[in-house]
Design a protein around this ligand. Structure first.
Ligand code: KIV
Ligand code: ZN
Length: 531
């Protein structure tokens, strides 16, 4: 693939010289498309935290949500737009006046607002979903972009399902929306159907055939249904796209979106080949990935490129031997460049607050002095239960700080007797305001079920458990257990997380955290309607 050079925002090829790298804009849609992952909805505080982390990471554009989808979505786009600086904040809108006006209402306080309008263009969508012909789609796209441009100078248009749209029609739509004022044209592979060569050829055709293409930035938005989202996005960049849309950990609708950390590190590591780079501070990739995993409850697979726990673990003896002789034999990136420290075993019982604060900072956590004090107190308690404190433990303690919300019910402790084949007896102690409450239940299929039933009895909140996961935070028999649960009650779904060296206590804390959220009635939220 050898794209031809063009002097446009999407400019071209990969010169083999030390020429300055072409800057690719990183458009992060973790808070919009990412939130469309089943079970990943986030509350306002969590979205704000992620938005701030994305600013620190150095993304160019944050797609903060779909303002018309729900009052909660509107508020989070509005609040993020008002709070963050130094990045573009974008809101999604279908191609109609109500959506576009609502998006603008949410975005207008942003330092750099962008309205993102989308309308499907493929024949399948035209015929079965929109029931519109080509001319009607074209007219609606132009009207939508014109309206958005009347409100905002930065307008992105997405022909939804572009990768399955007839290329002649796609070129016509792109030309007309640019003429109507679109400053970015995003090419979505909405259903993850494209292949890299095809994606390359779509972008190249747009660059070759659309006369006003140099007036807009071409963007790629690829889904991962065939596991090709990153490869397709890179092919689009090779063909001259100037923006990539992606999410942290690749979360998103169905199989997800292009993973930010992968596409960024591919461009950084293979700058010799792509001749491109981004503004991303790559040392913040792992901390941001952890933050998003903890908030969404969608854990990163161990073998995930860049941010998976095994991504830099060398197991084979031959590899270890090679690494000891010369790192580059088996390592194409340095773990510290993505925010993973090489030294894993760090602190113990006698370590002081300064060492802990230093370690937390190295792991990417910016904590206030009060937060450091709280983490330090918990660290001391943990050090009494566990001899060696690893980076994973420290990360878990820091994240606990971020995920804590006001608690109606505070976990105090449990007693339990259990034997296989008969229901356990659980005594659970919880504080509600100043009152200590105790409940005893003999019920459940094993200790964890017994604890959950006890919490339900004590709080009066009966739930359906939609997800329950336990994983070890670090290695060793004394490793802390991290439990995440997802509970449903009265149409609301909430997640909770608990960490402890005692996996039953971690389960109780996680369950109670989710019950607290249900009890405090975090705003119910509709998932964005796509059409
Ligand atoms: O996948 C898709 O087509 C989208 C658009 C709204 C850009 O997410
Ligand atoms: Zn999408």
């Amino acid at each position: 693939m050898t794209p031809t050079e063009r002097h446009s925002p999407n400019s071209g090829p990969t010169p083999a010289s030390p020429a300055p790298a072409r800057q690719i804009r990183i458009f992060d849609t973790t808070l919009r498309d990412g939130e469309q992952s089943p079970g990943a909805s986030m509350n306002l505080t969590e979205k704000m935290e992620i938005a701030q982390a994305l600013v620190q990471l150095g993304v160019d554009i944050i797609e903060a949500g779909f303002p018309i989808a729900s009052p909660g979505d509107f508020e989070s786009v509005r609040d993020i737009a008002g709070a963050v600086r130094g990045v573009t904040v974008c809101g999604l809108a279908r191609c109609n006046e109500a959506d576009i006006d609502r998006a603008w209402e949410a975005l207008k306080q942003a330092e750099r607002p962008r309205i993102h309008v989308f309308l499907a263009t493929s024949s399948i969508h035209r015929e079965f979903k929109l029931r519109m012909n080509e001319e009607e789609v074209l007219a609606r796209a132009i009207a939508g972009v014109t309206r958005a441009r009347g409100l905002c100078n930065d307008v992105e248009f997405s022909p939804e399902d572009a990768a399955r749209t007839e290329i002649d029609f796609l070129c016509r739509v792109v030309e007309r929306v640019i003429a109507a004022g679109a400053t970015t044209v995003n090419i979505p592979d909405t259903v993850g159907y494209a292949t890299p060569t095809q994606m390359f050829s779509v972008i190249k055709s747009l660059r070759d055939r659309v006369p006003n293409i140099d007036k807009a930035v071409i963007s790629a938005h690829c889904h991962d249904d065939l596991g090709l989202a990153v490869a397709n996005s890179l092919a689009a960049v090779e063909a001259g796209a100037g923006q990539v849309e992606c999410t942290i950990n690749g979360i998103g609708e169905r199989a997800g979106n292009c993973s930010l950390e992968e596409v960024v590190m591919a461009m950084r590591t293979r700058r010799d080949y792509y001749g491109c780079d981004t503004r991303i501070t790559t040392q913040k990739l792992v901390p941001t990935s952890r933050l998003v995993a903890n908030i969404t409850g969608i854990q990163v697979p161990r073998n995930k490129a860049i941010v998976g726990r095994n991504a830099f673990a060398h197991e084979a003896g031959i590899h270890q031997d090679g690494m000891l002789k010369e790192r580059s034999t088996y390592e194409i990136m340095r773990p510290e460049d993505v925010g993973l420290e090489r030294t894993d075993l760090v602190l113990g019982k006698h370590s002081g607050r300064a060492a802990l604060a230093d370690r937390a900072r190295a792991l990417g956590y910016q904590l206030s002095p009060e937060q450091i004090q709280t983490v330090f107190e918990r660290f001391k308690l943990l050090a009494d239960r566990k001899k060696e404190i690893y980076d994973g433990d420290i990360a878990a303690l820091c994240e606990q700080q971020f995920s804590e919300l006001p608690e109606l019910f505070v976990y105090e402790g449990y007693d339990l007797t259990s034997a296989s084949g008969s229901p356990p007896t659980v005594t659970l102690r919880v504080r509600q305001q100043e009152e200590q409450k105790t409940v005893v239940v003999t019920a459940g299929d094993g200790p964890i079920d017994g604890i959950f039933l006890a919490i339900e009895k004590l709080t009066g909140i009966v739930t359906t458990c939609r997800d329950f996961r336990v994983q070890a935070v670090t290695v060793g028999k004394d490793a802390q257990a991290e439990v995440t649960v997802e509970l449903e009650h009265a149409g609301q779904v909430q997640r909770g997380r608990g960490v402890s060296t005692d996996s039953l206590e971690a389960s109780a804390k996680a369950f109670l955290a989710a019950v607290n959220r249900l009890a405090l009635g975090s705003q119910p939220r509709l998932h964005p309607q796509r059409t």
